[in-house]
Design a binder for this molecule. Structure first.
Ligand code: F6R
Length: 357
């Protein structure tokens, strides 16, 4: 039930800190060790390459998961859009593990891949919010998101839950492989949960930013580099699906290779700057679009902020920045849709779970 909330989406955005704490509890045992099924640990350890298969927002979470698994557990990862995978199946490694990411566990495009790779005899792990779902039943292993029912069509808390569970999975695998890490996922997720609370308390600020940047526009761009690029894809998807503003997320460095031609006077450009190693270059991109008339704003992270940034996120571990940078983007999409009188929870032409290919 919505309770006092006008929309499920807003309620689900607000639930994100609670979901982070729930995941921490569910994936920790009494000795403060990670609690994951030993068979999943074995399957991860045995894989020479991981193939993440997903659609939409879950695909975007997969892009972030790839970073975790490669950087922490040192296993190569490919992330594929489910609907494309079957036509153009890449050459598979000798010991692949397939990881399906799906909030609903019912996405037909993902299931088609699952059926195919099971026929080929490959192991599969499903990460889902619905443990009894088709993708969960048909895979060898399941990890549960523990996000509670997600009702709004636009996915919010499932995305952050997917990223948190992927971080835990990556660390668990790293430890199983004997890799020393100076990254304690539970400690860092606790910081994230607090940061999310700070962010969800800043709705009025985000609503005002929405008025300043997105009030009458027909299009908008989200830019970022590295991890921020992955989140900008999700920011653009959220905005287009519920507010119907045409939005595109792209890599800051790609601007000059074409997209900058679209920048005109007043074009909104939302830039993410949460990564120290690309802070200088993304700000260069912001100057380039401003010089061409863009109405640009920067969402930065504490420690990297500059005076005229529109919004500064609380500081979290640099691997986990997507968990916080996405929150203002979710709220931006929410208010843009609200101000345009769109049906926030049930956008046109969309279904919560897409059970046709
Ligand atoms: C976006 C959205 C969709 C889903 C996609 C996959 O807000 O909701 O893009 O993420 O249809 O759905 P699941 O995760 O249920 O497989």
């Amino acid at each position: 039930e919505k309770g006092t909330y006008p929309h499920f989406m807003l309620k689900e955005i607000d639930e994100q800190p609670i979901v982070m704490r729930k995941i921490m509890k569910e994936y920790q045992n009494d000795n403060n060790d990670l609690k994951l099924d030993a068979t999943i640990r074995q399957a991860m350890k045995a894989a020479d390459r991981i193939y993440i298969i997903a659609a939409g927002t879950s695909y975007h979470a997969g892009l972030v998961g790839k970073e975790f698994i490669e950087k922490l557990a040192k296993i190569p990862v490919e992330v594929h859009v489910a609907s494309e995978f079957s036509y153009n199946m890449p050459l598979l490694s000798e010991k692949p593990l397939f990881v399906f990411i799906s909030q609903s566990g019912e996405t037909a495009d993902s299931r088609a891949v699952l059926v195919k790779i099971k026929e080929m005899g490959h192991p599969a792990l499903t990460i889902t919010n619905v443990p009894g779902s088709t993708l969960s039943r048909e895979a060898d292993y399941t990890l549960h998101l523990h996000a509670g029912p997600e009702i709004a069509v636009a996915s919010t808390k499932a995305y952050t839950a997917q990223i948190a569970v992927l971080a835990i999975l990556a660390v668990d695998t790293a430890r199983a492989k004997g890799i020393e890490l100076d990254f304690d996922p539970m400690q860092e997720l606790a910081i994230v949960a607090n940061a999310m609370e700070v962010l969800t308390a800043q709705k009025e600020t985000i609503e005002q930013i929405t008025r300043n940047y997105l009030a009458t526009t027909r299009n908008a761009f989200f830019i970022g580099r590295s991890t921020d690029f992955n989140v900008s894809l999700e920011g653009a998807l959220k905005l287009k699906e519920i507010s119907y503003i045409q939005a595109e997320g792209f890599a800051g460095g790609e601007l000059k290779h074409g997209t900058i031609a679209l920048i005109e006077k007043g074009t909104p450009v939302i830039a993410l700057a949460t990564q120290e190693n690309v802070n200088y270059s993304i700000r260069g991109n912001v100057q380039e679009v401003v010089a061409r008339g863009a109405n640009a704003m920067v969402i930065s992270m504490k420690g990297l902020e500059q005076d005229d940034d529109a919004f500064v996120l609380p500081q979290v571990h640099e691997l986990l920045t997507p968990l916080v940078s996405v929150v203002p983007l979710q709220l931006l999409a929410y208010y843009a849709a609200l101000h345009r009188d769109c049906d926030v929870d049930k956008p046109r032409n969309l279904a919560k779970s897409v059970t046709v290919e």
